[in-house]
Write a new protein. Structure first.
Length: 296
């Protein structure tokens, strides 16, 4: 075989390899694959075939935290969802959030009102003398809440306040792309991410939980949080400032979000802190759970 024939064959082999790489790149979105580095996922986008085994080795969760093994992968597609309701796993235990609540005519802190604050009327019927504080930063939403709860307060003699800001770990203004608001759920963690050219933004005011609650007098009977992603910094701020010792009951729904860094390890850290001062009344990771303050 002469040199020119050998070179041509090598060139054809190299060209074939390049074509294969291009075809693979076009058919597979590399950002959606799950890679493991010593069993620690870079992304949780798709449920691995051997998930029930690898989840136990995920270093983001300890042996006493089921967060990694209860990730809300859709029952059919295997794609990660925001929570178990969207994943259709049958683990969405929302009915329990109204059972055996122990009110003492104190404060109800409702984090994430959206357009209805749908659980609030039921909570107020269970404790009509409680003072309800609803926190919702999106103008279109809190305007609807004001109208709705003005009518309900007058009809039922309820004490309800709508706070037109969200809660978090720092005081700040965030710009939320309009596309992140769909009327049913709002991904405030999408603030500052890439959006369409020329898209409008809505400015949202965020205050620390510490600052917001310092202005409220009275015992906090319940913190009820369903805020589509703010829960991580909210509960970290509550724990860091020892505000949790002022709250009798904490009830919340955890949401998976691609925008939250170290989401599973942060979830486990929050639960570990709760265990030191609270008792878990009921709960399903990535659904609903309630933690009551231990009575000394």
């Amino acid at each position: 075989m002469d040199v020119s024939t050998y070179a041509r064959r090598n060139f054809r082999s190299l060209l074939l390899l390049i074509v294969c790489i291009i075809l693979i790149y076009k058919t597979v979105n590399v950002n959606q694959l799950t890679y493991y580095d010593e069993f620690t996922p870079v992304t949780y986008y798709m449920r691995p075939e051997n998930f029930r085994e690898t989840c136990k080795l995920d270093k983001n969760c300890g042996t006493d935290c089921d967060v990694c093994c209860e990730l809300p992968y859709h029952i059919n597609s295997g794609i990660i969802a925001h929570h178990h309701y969207k994943a259709e796993t049958g683990k969405w235990i929302d009915k329990q959030r109204f059972k055996n609540l122990k009110f003492n005519d104190g404060l109800i802190i409702y984090i994430g009102g959206n357009i209805q604050a749908g659980d609030a009327p039921t909570l107020m019927k269970l404790c009509p003398k409680c003072k309800l504080h609803i926190f919702e930063p999106i103008p279109q939403f809190n305007e609807q809440l004001e109208k709705k709860y003005k009518e309900l307060s007058e009809a039922n003699n309820w004490d309800v306040t709508i706070h037109k800001f969200g809660l978090g770990s720092t005081n700040r203004i965030i710009e939320l792309p309009v596309s992140a608001i769909d009327g049913l759920r709002t991904d405030t963690l999408a603030a500052g991410k890439n959006t369409k050219d020329g898209e409008e933004y809505v400015e949202l005011t965020i205050k620390t939980v510490k600052d917001a609650l310092e202005d409220l007098d009275g015992e906090i009977d319940l913190v009820h949080a369903n805020c589509e992603g703010c829960e991580w910094e909210v509960f970290e701020n509550i724990i860091d400032n020892k505000i949790d010792l002022r709250i009798k009951m904490i009830q919340w729904s955890a949401h998976f979000s691609e925008f939250v860094e170290r989401i599973t390890s942060r979830y486990c850290t929050i639960l570990e802190a709760f265990k030191k001062t609270r008792t878990k009344v009921y709960g399903q990771s990535w659904a609903w759970e309630r933690w009551d303050l231990n009575v000394l």
